[in-house]
Design a protein around this ligand. Structure first.
Ligand SMILES: Nc1ncnc2c1ncn2[C@@H]1O[C@H](COP(=O)(O)OP(=O)(O)OP(=O)(O)O)[C@@H](O)[C@H]1O
Length: 370
């Protein structure tokens, strides 16, 4: 007799909503990631993917909704989320440029070391033992990602693809049960992308569930057990790769073609109706304007002025430019990285940290445009 074990949820996000003033970046999103799963999160630029990640990791306090990790509701504090077992990487690489590769990974270990300030200053036996364990674990992770031979190199001297891998190793150093990857292949060449795919499978095989944002569709559909598509902050579709990639609404959303019931379609219809100025000769009624064509006829649609192109995201979408200050400015907290310890970088604002990181790490949203 065979017994099947039900998948146990690692992450459960329910009704997560994030508003910035009048803008609802994420609207009532539910998402579950089960143990042993790789889940993909896709959506056009500005769909709310990174904002959703920021809500999951406590960088933002969601306006509504809750996030649970293994059945426990998480407080929206980055360091507590990391301690609980969720680690993440960022869209823009955020390594400590002037630290070595090994030191960068050791930084990620801080939530797993119990030694306090006095222990560190006095360098007693407890501290030395903890330090040795951390080094051993960090080296093991560097072996895993194939960078052990560069442990003593400054991270700023690594090629781009290796910097991205190092970020993953640093996140894994906190021993997470769930890893969130924000565009891990951004700016990578096809070989590096394939290697990253293998790496994510290997991470999953080590018992870590993965939630990954990506714009590279081949990568995401190859990789994911399930894919959820966000459009204008709402979850439009969720299912297996086959289901999602064949869904006309997803295709339409990526092509900027409005469809019946699309998030924002009603508002668009109202605007168009108002613009028509009540002209009796106008051909398009609001309803017609909302559903002008099938997704399979994108060429005609992209020429019309009525298309609902998603606003292109720019760097202003990053926390640094938050019009409302999210949960990032408490003294002593790590605003930009839940896995960064109390280092000089860790006390920076997200903007400063990003500037710092960008000195040698130049990934950008623009760099990942499809
Ligand atoms: N801190 C913020 N303050 C105000 N608006 C914000 C903030 N962060 C994000 N937004 C807005 O929320 C919306 C969603 O942005 P977000 O960066 O989450 O989208 P995304 O799906 O990750 O886009 P991309 O694929 O380009 O990274 C955008 O309209 C963006 O401008």
């Amino acid at each position: 007799m065979t017994t099947t074990t039900a998948p146990s949820p690692v992450l459960e996000a329910s009704g997560v909503t994030m508003r910035f003033g009048g803008l609802t970046a994420v609207r009532s999103v539910d998402l579950t990631v089960n143990s042993g799963e790789i889940v993909g999160l896709i959506g056009p630029n500005g769909a709310g993917k990174t904002t959703f990640f920021n809500c999951l990791t406590g960088l933002y306090v969601p306006t509504e909704g809750k996030v649970s990790y293994k059945g426990t509701v998480l407080p929206p504090k980055p360091h507590l989320v990391t301690s609980a077992g969720i680690a993440r990487t960022f869209q823009n690489i955020r390594l400590f440029a002037n630290m070595t590769v090994l030191e960068n990974v050791l930084v990620g270990r801080h939530t797993r070391t119990k030694e306090g300030l006095w222990s560190a200053l006095l360098r007693g036996p407890g501290f030395r033992k903890a330090e040795a364990t951390s080094r051993e674990r960090a080296m093991e992770l560097l072996e895993f990602i194939g960078l052990a031979h560069k442990a003593d190199h400054l991270s700023r001297n690594l090629p781009y693809g290796e910097q991205r891998k190092l970020e993953i190793a640093r996140a894994m150093a906190s021993e997470p049960g769930l890893l969130l990857l924000d565009e891990p292949t951004a700016g990578m060449n096809p070989q590096e992308t394939r290697a990253t795919e293998d790496l994510v499978f290997a991470i999953r095989d080590r018992g870590i569930a993965v939630l990954v944002i990506e714009h590279d569709m081949r990568f995401i559909f190859n990789l994911s057990d399930r894919v959820a598509c966000l459009v204008q902050g709402e979850k439009l579709v969720e299912g297996t790769s086959d289901v999602v990639q064949g869904d006309e609404r997803v295709i339409a959303a990526y092509l900027g073609t409005p469809f019946e019931g699309a998030p924002g379609a009603d508002e668009l219809a109202e605007v168009e109706a108002a613009e028509a100025g009540g002209a009796t000769t106008a051909a398009a009624t609001p309803a017609e304007a909302t559903v002008p064509a099938q997704a399979t006829e994108p060429a005609a649609e992209t020429d019309t002025p009525e298309t609902t192109e998603t606003a292109p995201a720019t760097e202003t979408a990053e926390p640094a430019t938050a019009t409302e200050t999210p949960e990032t400015t408490e003294p002593g907290e790590t605003p930009d990285s839940p896995d960064a310890p109390a280092t000089p970088d860790a006390t920076e604002t997200p903007e400063a940290a990003q500037d710092d990181a960008s000195a040698e790490s130049t990934t950008s949203k623009e760099g990942n445009a499809q």
